[in-house]
Design a protein around this ligand. Structure first.
Ligand SMILES: NC(=O)c1ccc[n+]([C@@H]2O[C@H](COP(=O)([O-])OP(=O)(O)OC[C@H]3O[C@@H](n4cnc5c(N)ncnc54)[C@H](OP(=O)(O)O)[C@@H]3O)[C@@H](O)[C@H]2O)c1
Length: 338
């Protein structure tokens, strides 16, 4: 198998650091690796596989000879560098939302729609974190009973908004407990001891962009019809890491909670924790720092025919971003797509 030259763009950020760790964990074989950031962190050091690397400022020439770029440096940075990467024959695996709905760009969850990778023209998009964790759960259920309608409510951790947001939760909590005033910057409302029903900006239809990402990206990844009804409400909660989701699914065909449990127990990347009698159900503390998407509270939904409700928890920095990015990289290498 050909070994690529890899660049990690945004290596000093929350997602970039996680990508670096997972490249090591998944034993990605590469020829050379480099770490890129903005001018701000250029010159800082990264320890990787026993070697010290100096972070470089990303410039067009940084991508000379690079085969695969794992990017988590924001949409405008990806938009700026994508043509430079593609022009040089590289493949960009992008974490931002810049290209996700572009019809020429595959939007992929590894082990869900790998075949879509074959259609790439130099750019592959990694879905939004709240969509990502759902896909490994919904795909095998859709194959069994066909999704007819979907309602998702998210409870999203602050790490999904980057390093500054993590620091804001700490500082706001400390200030709150000390009875001091605190000026929030990352969030529109104080995040400590609070739940904020807004992630990203509002769209004309009253949904937020984050909510519409779940609607549109789910349809693209699972190849669902455009008219299939999906609704999402996304809220930010004062949790450092790990997104939770309450999911209500109506299926075309009958499917029992027992069947759902059995299917998910045998599905790649999913772990079922579902024994309410013994208070066993997944929480964000179970999910943070590990790879599986955890599912529990599987029950018959009382509002739909053929309906199932479940609770789904995962590490948003892993399956929601870095883990899937590196798994895509692994597939691109295995499938010889660079
Ligand atoms: N956090 C999540 O759960 C999550 C999930 C899915 C997708 N994403 C996406 O991933 C991206 C990064 O998120 P994050 O949470 O890791 O943010 P972050 O902690 O703020 O890190 C941003 C990274 O991008 C680099 N960067 C910024 N501007 C740059 C430029 N002009 N040129 C080169 N590098 C630049 C930064 O370098 P410096 O250190 O030099 O500033 C830093 O390494 C965003 O697009 C976000 O939407 C995040």
């Amino acid at each position: 198998m050909k070994k690529p030259n890899i660049a990690i763009l945004g290596a000093t950020g929350v997602v970039g650091r996680e990508i670096t760790k997972i490249v090591n964990e998944l034993n990605i074989e590469f020829n050379e690796i480099k770490f890129l950031s903005s001018a701000k962190s250029a010159g800082s050091k990264i320890e990787f596989q026993g070697k010290e690397y100096t972070v470089e400022e990303a410039k067009p020439e940084s991508f000379d000879g690079v085969n695969i770029v794992l990017a988590s440096a924001g949409g405008s940075t990806s938009q700026k560098f994508a043509p430079e990467i593609v022009k040089r024959g590289g493949v960009l695996i992008d974490n931002s939302s810049a290209f996700r709905m572009d019809k020429d760009v595959p939007l992929v969850i590894a082990y869900v729609n790998d075949e879509d990778l074959r259609k790439h023209k130099g750019i592959i998009a990694n879905p939004n974190c709240s969509t990502s964790q759902l896909m490994l759960v919904l795909k095998p259920l859709h194959e069994k009973a066909k999704i007819k309608r979907l309602i998702v409510s998210t409870y999203q951790a602050v790490s999904g908004a980057g390093l500054a947001a993590i620091n804001e939760l700490t500082a706001d909590t400390k200030a709150n407990l000390a009875g001091e005033t605190f000026e929030n910057k990352c969030f529109k409302k104080p995040i400590s001891f609070n739940v904020i029903p807004q992630i990203d900006v509002f769209c004309e239809n009253g949904y937020t962009k984050e909510e519409m990402k779940v609607v549109n990206e789910t349809k693209k990844i699972l190849h669902l019809p455009q008219e299939l009804p999906i609704s999402c409400t996304a809220a930010r909660v004062p949790v450092y890491n790990g997104h939770s989701e309450a999911v209500d699914i109506e299926f075309e065909e009958n499917i029992t909670p027992e069947e759902v449990r059995e299917i998910l127990k045998n599905s790649f990347g999913v772990e079922v924790i579902d024994n309410p009698d013994n208070f066993e159900y997944p929480t964000t503390r179970d999910a943070s720092g590990v790879n599986p998407v955890f599912v529990g509270r599987i029950r018959k939904n009382l509002a739909f025919n053929n309906g199932i409700s479940l609770w789904c928890v995962a590490d948003n920095l892993r399956i929601g971003a870095a883990l899937n990015t590196v798994r895509i990289c692994q597939k691109v290498i295995e499938m010889g797509l660079f």
